[in-house]
Design a protein around this ligand. Structure first.
Ligand SMILES: Nc1ncnc2c1ncn2[C@@H]1O[C@H](COP(=O)(O)OP(=O)(O)OP(=O)(O)O)[C@@H](O)[C@H]1O
Ligand SMILES: [Mg+2]
Length: 297
């Protein structure tokens, strides 16, 4: 049995030992940086919470820790404390507004490629615990087509791709999709890519932009993208960021907060009667898939 298979077995065993509900994992990513992923993650979490979901945000940004800045809360621990020290996953969850939990990947993520079997086991069983604590886990990634981001995205099942109407953002989104599509690990049936167009001046702009991206993707790539919605350009977002309070809390009636609410409703609606709703391997499944890709390339 090779190591990749061992990892898969660890997760399988975990899932067999307790037949249970797993959290829906949604990975938020983009081609270009600074397009609004962290705002999307945080506000989507809050809006899903309003709809009665228990939500945990996992900050998997390899560089700056974004979520904590937007929440105005500094986590005491990060995933590294679970892997290398003896913290339990519950101890590294910081509670943000409205009871949203968040976990900082911190430096823990960089070392994932070199973990021994015992550490992997410990991590995976800790991550599996999150399934009982959350209905939805939102993974905020860093930007770019770096190998790590791409592998992370590919390990997930349900991906929100954030783009803006800027031409560079659209081409970078396409480049990300192209890189995904080209990867030998990519399987069309495994990943749902849902596009959100952020900073639009009108809903129509968003629709047109998605239409254009969809045509190119359809023509040149072997993957499907879906349209999840738009978020308008809104000064309230900047004001909220400056205050380190998410816009959905600071300006709940702003146009952007309403847009986040609608996107959350769209996501929840998909769940109805759709058992196969994405991300159904939980975060433990995503991580083991991620790690097996890292190590065994
Ligand atoms: N809909 C919007 N309207 C106005 N400004 C926005 C909007 N969305 C994002 N911004 C601005 O863009 C900035 C970057 O947003 P955010 O930090 O969410 O991007 P990101 O994709 O997470 O960036 P990074 O790639 O660095 O992690 C925000 O601080 C805000 O000023
Ligand atoms: Mg960010």
């Amino acid at each position: 049995m090779d190591q990749a298979e061992q990892l898969r077995n660890i997760v399988k065993l975990q899932n067999q030992s307790q037949p249970r509900k797993v959290a829906r994992v949604i990975t938020v990513t983009s081609g270009k940086g600074g397009v609004g992923k962290s705002n999307m993650s945080v506000n989507l979490a809050l809006q899903l919470r309003q709809l009665g979901k228990r939500v945990i945000i996992f900050d998997a940004d390899f560089g700056l820790a974004n979520v904590e800045v937007l929440f105005g809360a500094i986590p005491q621990y990060n995933l590294g404390d679970v892997i290398y020290r003896d913290k339990n996953i519950k101890e590294v969850i910081t509670t943000g507004p409205m009871g949203i939990g968040f976990i900082s990947g911190g430096t823990g993520i960089e070392g994932l490629g070199n973990l021994g079997k015992a550490q992997v086991q410990k991590l995976v069983s800790n991550l599996a615990e999150l399934d009982s604590l959350a209905d939805v886990i939102i993974v905020d990634t860093g930007a770019g087509i770096s190998d790590s981001v791409l592998e992370f995205v590919m390990s997930g099942h349900e991906v929100i791709l954030v783009t803006t109407p800027e031409p560079t953002s659209i081409t970078d989104s396409y480049s990300l999709l192209k890189a995904l599509n080209r990867s030998p690990d990519f399987s069309t049936s495994d990943i749902q890519v849902k596009v959100v167009v952020n900073r639009v001046l009108s809903v129509e702009d968003g629709n047109n932009l998605f239409g254009k991206l969809d045509v190119v993707v359809d023509r040149f790539l072997d993957l499907n993208i879906e349209y999840l919605g738009t978020v308008p350009q809104d000064d309230c977002i900047l004001k909220a960021v400056m205050k380190q309070v998410p816009v959905s809390i600071e300006f709940p009636h702003s146009k952007s907060a309403r847009a986040f609410a609608e996107i959350a409703r769209n996501l929840v609606q998909e769940e109805q009667g759709e058992e196969k709703t994405a991300g159904k391997r939980g975060l433990a499944g995503l991580f083991s898939s991620f790690m097996s890709k890292r190590r065994f390339k």
